[in-house]
Write a protein that binds this ligand. Structure first.
Ligand code: SAM
Length: 249
C-alpha cells in the first residue's frame, strides 16, 4: 500500500516512525491563530475562528487550536524535531502558517534543527477586502532542509508563489488546502519517495502525493477527519479525479 494513515496524536505517532525514513514533511498544522488577543485565540473553536459568518458550509470543528503563543511555539518545535529525526539527510520540510504565526513557525523550524531556506506564498485571489486595511490574501509555506540541499537527487525548479482559491465545490474540511497547490508542493519530494503529513486533516497532502507518484504517511487526531482522509486516499488510488461529494459554499 503506498499510503499509511495513523489515527491519533501526531507526537505519539511520529515516535514510531523510523529515523531517516521519509523524504519530505509537508504539513498544515493547526495555526492556533485567528484572534487579536490571547483569549480570542485560546477561547474560540477552529470553526469560530476560521469559518466566516456568511459561509454556507457546516463543516466539523477540529481539535488542537487553543494553545497560547508560548505553548504553540514549544509544541511546534517538538513536532518539527521528531519530523527532523524521521527525515533523510537533505530531506525537506514545508510547513503552512499565517501571518500571525510566521515568526513562531520560522523559529520552531530552526530550533528543531532544520536549515530554514525561505518562505513561499499561497495567494487566495477571492479573499475579502477589509476597509482601511491591507487585504490578508496569503498564507505562507515556511520551508527548510535537513542539512544541505541535494539538487541532484531531485532536480526540480518550483515556484515561490501559488495562486488558487480555497476549495469550494466538494469541500470537506474547514481549512482544506487546494489539491492543485499541494500537487505542485509534493514535487519537492523525489518521485517514488515518501511524504509525511502529521496533520493530515481531510488528506489533501496525501491525495496530492499519490497523484504525483509519491508515497504517503499521514496522522490525524479527529476520527471524523481521519475517516474522510481514509476515503479520499483510497479513492485517489482508484479514481484520479476523485473528490468527496460535499457541501458547496
Ligand atoms: C489545518 S488542518 C489540516 C487540513 C488539511 N491540510 C486539509 O487539506 O484537509 C489540521 C488538522 O490537524 C488535526 N490535528 C490537530 N491536533 C492534532 C494532533 N495533536 N495530532 C494529529 N492531528 C491533529 C486537526 O484535527 C486538523 O484536521
Amino acid at each position: 500500500m503506498p499510503y499509511t494513515l495513523h489515527r491519533g496524536d501526531a507526537l505519539t505517532a511520529l515516535a514510531g516512525i523510523p529515523d531517516n525514513s521519509v523524504d519530505a514533511v509537508i504539513t498544515d498544522p493547526p495555526y492556533n491563530s485567528g484572534g487579536r488577543t490571547s483569549s480570542e485565540r485560546t477561547g474560540r473553536s477552529a470553526r469560530a475562528k476560521y469559518t466566516s459568518a456568511d459561509a454556507e458550509h457546516d463543516l466539523a470543528n477540529f481539535p488542537g487550536e487553543n494553545r497560547d503563543q508560548r505553548s504553540y511555539g514549544f509544541w511546534l518545535t517538538l513536532l518539527l524535531t521528531e519530523s527532523y529525526r524521521a527525515t533523510v539527510e537533505s530531506g525537506t520540510a514545508l510547513v503552512f502558517t499565517d501571518w500571525r504565526q510566521l515568526p513562531t513557525t520560522t523559529d520552531a523550524m530552526q530550533a528543531a534543527g532544520w536549515t530554514w531556506r525561505g518562505i513561499a506564498s499561497w495567494h487566495k485571489p477571492v479573499s475579502r477586502p477589509q476597509k482601511g486595511r491591507l487585504k490578508q490574501s496569503c498564507e505562507y509555506i515556511v520551508w527548510g532542509t535537513k542539512g544541505p540541499v541535494d539538487a541532484n537527487r531531485n532536480p526540480v525548479y518550483l515556484p515561490g508563489l501559488y495562486t488558487a482559491s480555497q476549495p469550494r465545490k466538494g469541500r470537506v474540511h474547514i481549512t482544506q488546502k487546494p489539491v492543485e497547490v499541494m500537487q505542485e508542493l509534493v514535487k519537492i519530494c523525489p518521485p517514488g519517495g515518501t511524504v509525511l503529513d502529521p496533520f493530515t486533516g481531510s488528506g489533501t497532502t496525501g491525495v496530492a502525493a499519490l497523484r504525483e507518484g509519491r508515497q504517503f504517511i499521514g496522522v490525524e487526531l479527529s476520527a471524523h477527519y481521519a475517516d474522510i482522509a481514509e476515503a479520499r486516499l483510497h479513492n485517489a488510488l482508484t479514481q484520479d479525479d476523485f473528490e468527496l461529494a460535499g457541501p458547496e459554499e
